[in-house]
Design a protein around this ligand. Sequence first.
Ligand code: N15
Length: 263
Amino acid sequence: FSLDSFEIGKPLGKGKFGRVYMARTKSEPKYIVALKCLHKEEIVKNKVEKQVRREIEIQSHLAHPNILRLHGYFHDERRIFLILEFAGRGELYRQLSQVGRFSEKLASRYIAQMTDALIYLHGKHVIHRDIKPENILIGMNGELKIGDFGWSVHAPGNRRSTLCGTLDYLPPEMVDHKEHTDKVDLWALGVLTYEFLVGAPPFEDLSGHSATYRKITRLEYTIPSHVSPEAADLIRKLLRLNPLDRLPLKEVAVHPWIKKYER
Ligand SMILES: CC(C)CCNC(=O)Cn1cc(-c2ccc3c(-c4nc5ccccc5[nH]4)n[nH]c3c2)cn1
């Protein structure tokens, strides 16, 4: 592949270190993809070439219906191009902000898909570490696709550089810069379940980062009464300070709130 193999369409947003465009292969079969353009000088300037190489290496070996595919990549002297799967219904956080919060049925089916994807990732000793609505896309048939692998590492990981963006999904062990395991994704799954049902993350504190840190490390959150007892039970079993106390993925997959709505 080269840039010449594609007709470039509308911009789909700006991911990390670059922009993403809708694109179509010129030759038959005409394939719609998301073409991400990364600028080499940006990558070098931000000293993330190792991370980008690792992310490309990780993502190119993953194949799961709920994980966004990296079909391939190529580069010219200035840029790296990633040929990513096009997700037909766009960004999950947009859907969530449009409707406010999801029904129990939709939230349960989404969490079941995320659980499947995490079982697959952890089976390959990959920790995602950045599960949040902004990194999840929706496919043509309404299925979720985990996108960005900006922070995935081979377990056990120990994040070095500072995190940018929201802290809402950070588990206590990462707040305290402790060594962490794949159990960080279980915490994030609990935060995601809460946010799908409530419309805001459990430890959100708009007054700033330190307030959010404090709520996380003290496990300060409340579950609104409209959330069903089964969903509340699952949230409580995932949002545990001790990573070893969090419900394992195999048990999440058969939890009553998940079984209740499965197809
Ligand atoms: C190597 C590393 C630094 C980057 C590797 N990871 C990514 O590139 C993660 N990433 C995926 C995207 C992305 C963004 C948007 C889309 C879309 C998409 N489909 C849409 C439909 C309607 C409206 C918006 C849409 N965006 N499909 N696939 C995408 C893929 C952006 N960054």
